[in-house]
Ligand binder design. Structure first.
Ligand code: PLP
Length: 388
């Protein structure tokens, strides 16, 4: 593909050929036996990928934001208190969604590039009674990774629902939903799950489902209401057709293929591959003398990197030059530092070759921008780090 640009943004990402082929196959009825089987398999596969054998999966046409909206609409009743563990742009968004459904929202924040201390979260939880806590496992605006296992323990201790935005992490970062006590994990198809944009995916624990069933007020969003979707998900899993709103037929077929590839690789091997790729990418960034938005390696994601521009390098110009060298990168997203950094997505089907191509293109662009560094230093560091 000589005119292809390697897509290395934090979603959408590069997709496996088998997944793309499935997207291009003839669309069937949503009642066709083949579709019923594929949808049923996809729902079963989701439980394994989310590491939540007893959870209730939902597959809904939409995006990650719809998945967040669905969590908010179904779990929040007017007046409920919600705590947002906020590490960036998507924490702010979750807060707005929860408020829209009538929640009283408190944010626990940290400096940009850091995550709030556990003691701060605990202090907030001990002061008033919250119904739920939301957290972004990897905030795509900062590349900050949060310790979900620790929050799971706190959530259990204080009897609150733990909702994880796993859009930039699920199937790329370690996330043991049941073991860690997570009540709801949500994601979108186009990130580490490896399917083109268009699906909102949720896994809801039995505990969260009970909380939903005990609502006193109707869900304030018709499309997102789990009362409409639950019978549909249960029917397809029992290999029966059902209808509430037309499923994104080709995307569901493609999801089933991608989940199959993920499970064939194995969750542990997949997480380890993301760790290695991330180590390689971050070693290269460091060798080139660039700082990163996450303030410490322990709070840095493995699904993406967020390097800061060196002095004298102009952001938009740099990203355009990397693009001319064959690799598409993303600019900054966090409003407070937007022009100071760029973002590299390395999740899903990413491999070492993709990282080397990306670092090579970054070196070319840095050179063109007049930045002083030892040519090849990033590539050498990336290659050395892969087998550390
Ligand atoms: C991409 C992303 C979203 C939003 O997903 P859309 O599919 O763009 O609606 C939400 N949260 C995180 C962490 C993301 O990375």
């Amino acid at each position: 593909m000589k005119n292809r640009s390697l897509l290395m943004i934090p979603g959408p990402v590069e997709f496996e050929p088998a997944v793309l082929a499935e997207m291009g196959s003839p669309t069937t009825s949503h009642l066709a036996p083949g579709f019923i089987e594929a949808f049923g398999q996809a729902l079963e596969g989701m439980r394994q990928v989310f590491l939540c054998p007893e959870g209730q999966p939902f597959v809904i046409a939409g995006t990650g934001t719809l998945a967040m909206d669905s969590a908010g609409a179904n779990l929040v009743e007017p007046g409920d208190r919600a705590l947002v563990v906020n590490t960036g742009y998507f924490g702010d968004r979750f807060g707005m969604i929860l408020e829209r459904y009538g929640a009283q929202v408190t944010h626990v924040r940290a400096a940009i590039g850091d995550c709030p201390a556990l003691e701060e979260v605990e202090k907030a939880l001990s002061q008033v009674e919250y119904k739920l806590v939301t957290v972004t496992q990897v905030d795509t605006s900062t590349g900050v990774l949060v310790d979900i296992a620790a929050l799971g323990k706190l959530a259990r201790m204080y009897g609150v629902l733990l909702v994880v935005d796993g859009v930039c992490s699920l199937a790329g970062e370690e996330l043991k939903m049941s073991e860690w006590g997570v009540d709801l994990t949500l994601t979108a198809s186009q990130k580490a799950v490896g399917v083109p944009p268009g699906l909102a995916l949720l896994m809801v624990s039995q505990h969260a489902l009970e909380s939903f069933k005990a609502r006193r007020n109707p869900v304030l969003n018709y499309y997102a209401d789990w009362n409409n979707w639950l019978p549909v998900m249960q029917a397809y899993e029992a290999r029966k057709a059902s209808y509430f709103a037309t499923p994104a037929v080709n995307l569901v077929y493609a999801l089933n293929v991608s989940l199959g590839l993920i499970l064939a690789e194995g969750m542990e091997a997949r997480i380890e591959r993301h760790r290695k790729i991330s180590r390689s990418c971050k070693a290269a960034i460091q060798a080139l003398g660039l700082e990163q938005v996450p303030v410490r390696p322990e709070v840095a994601a493995h699904t993406m990197s967020a390097p800061r521009f060196p002095a004298g390098v102009n952001g938009p110009d740099f990203v355009t030059r990397v693009g001319r060298a064959g690799v598409t990168l993303a600019r900054g997203l966090h409003p407070a530092i937007r022009s100071e950094y760029f973002r590299i997505g390395h999740m899903g089907s990413v491999n070492l070759g993709d990282i080397l191509a990306t670092i090579g293109a970054i070196e070319i662009a840095l050179k063109e921008c007049g930045y002083q560094f030892t040519a090849g230093a990033g590539l050498a560091a990336a290659a050395a780090a892969i087998n550390e």
